[in-house]
Design a protein around this ligand. Structure first.
Ligand SMILES: Cc1cc2nc3c(=O)[nH]c(=O)nc-3n(C[C@H](O)[C@H](O)[C@H](O)COP(=O)(O)OP(=O)(O)OC[C@H]3O[C@@H](n4cnc5c(N)ncnc54)[C@H](O)[C@@H]3O)c2cc1C
Length: 467
């Protein structure tokens, strides 16, 4: 049996990799990664600098890991819908193996690849593995997808024994002598038109394992209390590893689960990720429209000046501005700050959540369609949430509670460094003379007025007969 193992950006590892393990157990293994211009065209790569740097690190590491096992990753430029079937035929493989993605555009890609392979008489097998459980497999009593997280998570817990992980193969067969090797080197950052950003976490399986180990041995024990503190390194920072699959999510689950009860709050967050993937698998249109149908056609405002202030971190609300600047600088934003910033964009500024969603997808290293969409819809009030749509985060109260000394704000908004903790979240209360020196804008909207505006707009919109 000769198998083409198609690595495709959510599974850049050799451990707990179903397609690789299966191929290795059944004969010859031909690993492939396609440099699709959709991501690797320099103009496009420059739009996604953080993800591309992490992806490139991870690809280099995968290439080295496969070489260490005796194999060779072919990195081939072209459109995957064309390259995969062409190489599968040229290489005379019996089957193409890959991991399933849930995104509708990925499913369309897979339909086209499957059709092209079928014409060549080659089997195409998709494996589960980007989620803990197969999307579609967690159902309520009516055999429907859950619309609320808590019962979904309970139902997952019943099904989740996660099984044993598949270790990396001990060795892989060498590249067959009669098979051409059209691969090119992994493009350099320079070829992609990017400069290395030293603030990004390094990609690759080894770095990911080290992060997982450090988290399980350290912050995991206090995660339940610390996870909301923007000023503490209390979360795992494994988002990009899980997104790019340098760790399988099952590996993360199992490593944390060994800690017993203290791991529960962390495992619960992995289930939020799970939920977002299962939602998107069930309702692929979620990337285009709100989960709560009543929000369709919502009268979001068009306002370039406030949009720019939000993206550049100059709204005059310190936590919102810290989040905006952290995103651009290091491709990461603390979850609590993501929620505050997203709520502010949609509710205080009344700007379309889809703009924020696209901005985050562009700049987050862990940017991933399902959890990003779910996070934005949840924050905008139109998503899958047991809470009513009219909850509105108060950025000041959030700052005081989850960044009490102002350390998070001061790190990302250094203009406020000289303010005492008591004023850092409300710089407008600083003495006049000090305020003038700060080079920091006043609030671009008044919290109470903005809150009332959102509530009135949403109430009106949701009162329409068709809503
Ligand atoms: C507006 C908004 C946008 C978001 N965009 C993304 C995104 O593009 N990609 C992404 O992976 N997460 C996204 N999240 C969820 C969450 O903010 C990040 O997963 C988390 O901050 C990553 O940091 P961490 O790895 O330290 O998380 P930890 O707290 O250590 O959590 C561990 C893992 O659990 C998962 N997770 C944690 N919280 C959530 C959550 N609320 N929803 C779904 N999965 C979760 C992630 O895989 C995360 O790496 C978004 C949340 C919001 C509010």
């Amino acid at each position: 049996m000769r198998s083409l193992v198609w690595f495709r950006g959510k599974d850049l590892r050799v451990a707990d990799h179903g397609p690789l393990a299966e191929a290795a157990a059944s004969g010859e293994v031909l690993p492939l990664f396609v440099l699709d211009p959709y991501f690797f065209e320099p103009a496009r790569a420059r739009e996604l600098p953080h993800r591309m740097q992490f992806l490139r690190d991870s690809l280099l590491a995968l290439e080295a890991n496969l070489a260490r096992l005796g194999s060779r990753l072919q990195v081939v430029p072209g459109r995957s819908v064309e390259v995969v079937a062409r190489l599968a035929a040229l290489w005379k493989v019996d089957q193409v193996l890959a991991h399933r993605w849930v995104e509708p555009f990925a499913q369309e890609r897979d339909r086209r690849v499957a059709a092209a392979l079928e014409r060549e008489g080659i089997a195409f097998r998709l494996f589960e593995g980007t989620t803990l459980l197969p999307p579609g497999s967690v159902r309520n009593g009516q055999d429907a997808m859950f619309r609320v997280f808590t019962p979904f998570s309970r139902s997952c817990a019943v099904k989740l024994d996660a099984g044993s992980l598949r270790p990396a193969p001990r060795a892989l067969p060498p590249w067959p002598a009669d098979v051409p090797q059209p691969g090119v080197p992994v493009p350099s950052l320079q070829e992609l038109g990017l400069d290395r950003n030293p603030l990004l976490l390094p990609g690759g399986e080894k770095a990911a394992r080290a992060r997982l180990k450090a988290f399980v041995q350290g912050p995991l024990a206090d995660y339940g209390g610390d996870r909301d503190r923007m000023d503490r390194p209390g979360t795992s920072r494994l988002g990009a590893d899980i997104k790019f699959g340098t760790l399988s999510v099952r590996t993360v689950w199992q490593a944390a689960a060994t800690a017993g009860d203290t791991a529960r709050p962390f495992l619960n967050e992995l289930l939020w990720r799970e939920f977002s993937h299962h939602l998107l698998a069930e309702w692929p249109e979620l990337l285009e429209r709100p989960f709560r149908a009543g929000f369709t056609g919502f009268p979001w405002r068009e306002d370039e000046a406030t949009w720019r202030a939000w993206t550049e971190g100059r709204t005059g609300y310190p936590v919102v501005d810290a989040a905006a600047r952290q995103l651009l600088a290091e491709g990461f934003v603390h979850n609590r700050a993501r929620m505050v910033a997203a709520s502010f964009l949609t509710k205080h500024l009344l700007l379309d959540y889809r703009r924020g969603e696209a901005h985050y997808l562009r700049w987050l290293t862990d940017g991933d369609w399902a959890p990003n969409n779910a996070g934005w819809q949840w924050s905008a009030g139109c998503g899958c949430d047991a809470q009513p749509w009219f909850r509105i985060f108060n950025p000041l109260a959030q700052g005081l509670k989850f960044d009490p000394e102002g350390a998070y704000v001061k790190r990302w908004v250094p203009e406020l460094a000289e303010l005492p903790a008591s004023q850092v979240h409300e710089p407008w209360k600083a003495p006049e003379a000090l305020r003038r020196r700060l080079d920091y804008p006043g609030p671009i909207v008044d919290h109470a007025l903005a809150r009332a505006r959102f509530l009135a707009t949403a109430k009106d919109h949701l009162a329409r007969p068709e809503a």
